[in-house]
Design a protein around this ligand. Sequence first.
Ligand code: MEZ
Length: 544
Amino acid sequence: MSVMEYTQEMLDSVKKVEATRKSRLSFTPERMTAEEKTEVLNRFHPDHREDEFVILGVGPNKGQKVPKELGHLLQSNSRLLESRIDLSKIDFDTDVLIIGAGGAGASAAIEAHRAGARVIIATKLRIGDANTMMAEGGIQAADKPNDSPIQHYLDAFGGGHFAARPELLRRLVMEAPDAIKWLNELGCLFDKYENGDMVTTHGGGTSRKRMHACKDYSGAEIMRTIRDEVINCQIPVLEYTSAVELIKDDKGQVAGAVLLNMETHDYLIAKAKTVIIATGGAGRLHYQGFPTSNHYGATADGLVLGYRVGVPLLYPETLQYHPTGAIYPSQIRGALVTEKVRSLGAQLVNAEGEAFMNPLETRDVAASAIIRECNERHLGIATPDGVGVWLDSPMIEEIHGEGTIEKRIPGMMKMYMNYGIDMRKVPICVYPTLHYQNGGLEINGEGFTKTIPNLLVAGEAVGGIHGKNRLMGNSLLDVIVFGRNAGKAAAEKAKEVEIGELTIQHVKDYAKELYKADIDTHDVSPVLLPKYARHVRPTDKYLV
Ligand code: MEZ
C-alpha cells in the first residue's frame, strides 16, 4: 500500500487539513468546561450505553452492572466443576505464587525474591507477553523541581473523576520517583538530555511535564529491563501455564492455584502461602465490539478467579477507550497510536480540516469527542475500514523541527511506513480503541484483598487506583509501584502463614449460587485466550 491508496475522498480531505495547518499552528482549541465534558461523556462515551451492560445475579457485586462480556464470564462455570482434581498431589510448593508475568508480576517477583521468599511465576503465554509490553508513550513521576507528588495526585484524582481510592492513589504518586530510580538503576534506557537529566513531556490531563519515556516503546523497554532481572535472579517461570482456579484452605485463606499446562493439558497443583494475581486487562474481550490495543492474552482471567473466590470488583463498569487507535489501514486496526503524538503537538482534526478539540483533554473526554465528531456531526473521514478523524502528525515536524518524528516516535513512524504512509507528510486516521480496564479487584493500600487472607492483586487487575478514568503513563507506573509493593508484602506475610487442608469447595458453592439465581450457563471461564485464537493455535480444547 502507498499513501496513494488513501481513497480520493481521504486525499481531498487531507488537502483541507493541509490548508488549515498553518493557522492551526498558532491556535489550540480551549479545554472544555466541566459542563461540556459531562455532556460529551454522558452522550457519547461507550460506558454510558446502558444496553451494553448486565446486572450481576451472583457474587460479591450482585445487583451491580458490568459490561455484558465480563458479566458472561463472571457468571460462567469453573472448568474444574466436572474435573477430578487431586489436591493431595502437590506439583509446586512455594511461599509466593505470582499469576501473570507482565510488569506487575515481574516487579513483584523481583522484590519477593530479594526479600528472601521462594517465588514461582505462572503465566499462560511467555514472560513479558502483557499490556506492559504494548505501552508506548511513557511513565509518569513527579521528580522535576517544578513538580510534586501532590500536583500529580491532583491531576490523576481529577482525571479519574474524583473516584480513585485515596490510599491507593497516594501510594502511586508518592512512590513514583522511586519507581523511576529503580528502573533506571536496573538499566532501563530512558530518554535523557546530554547532561543526564530525563526528558519529560505532557500527557492528557497533566499540569506538569512528568512523562518519562523510552522513545515510543517505553513499555517494551521497561518490560525488557525487569524481565532480564527476573532471569538474572533465576526466578522460576512456568510459561504456557495458566491459572484456572484459586485454591483455598479450610481456614478460608488462599493457599495456591490449580494450573493448566496449556501444551500437555495437564492440571497442576501449586500450593502457596501467598498468591498475587497480576493477570492484567481485558481488551481481548472486545467490549461492545471495539478493536483493542491490548496484547493477545488480555481476557480478564484474574477478575474471574478473584470474583469466584469472593473478592469484590471496584468500578468494573468503566473501561478506557484510547482516543487514538489506528482505524486505517485494516492491518493495524485498533493498534495504539501513542498519546505522545498529541503531546508533541499533533491536533485532532475533522474531515473539513477543523481542530475540534484540545489535543490534551483526558482520554475519556477525547474519545467521546471523536465519537461525537463521527457519529453526530458527521464530520469524520470515511476510510475503507471505518470512520475516523485525522491526527495531524506533520504538525510535529513544523513545531519541533525536521527529524522529530523519527527521533521521538520511531515506532509509530515505522508502523505507518510499513503500509506506505509517511506520517511526517500526511495525517493519520484514528478512532477510539479499547485500551484499559479502569476497574478491577478491590485491594487495600498494602495490596491485599480485603476478603481473602493472603491474596494480593497488582497491576491492571486492580480497581480503584485511577478512579473511573486513567491518565496516560499512570499504568506503567502502577505496575511497578503496586507490583513491587505486593512482592514485598507477600514475602513478609508468607513468613507467618500456616496452610491448612486444601480445598476448592468454593467452585461448587459458586455453581450452586448460579443455579439458585437461575443462571443457566454452558460456558466456562476464565477463557484464557480470545475466541479467534482457534485460528492460530492447533488446540481449541480450552477455548470458549
Ligand atoms: O499509559 C498509557 O496507556 C500509554 C502510555 C499509552 C500511550 O498512549 O502511549
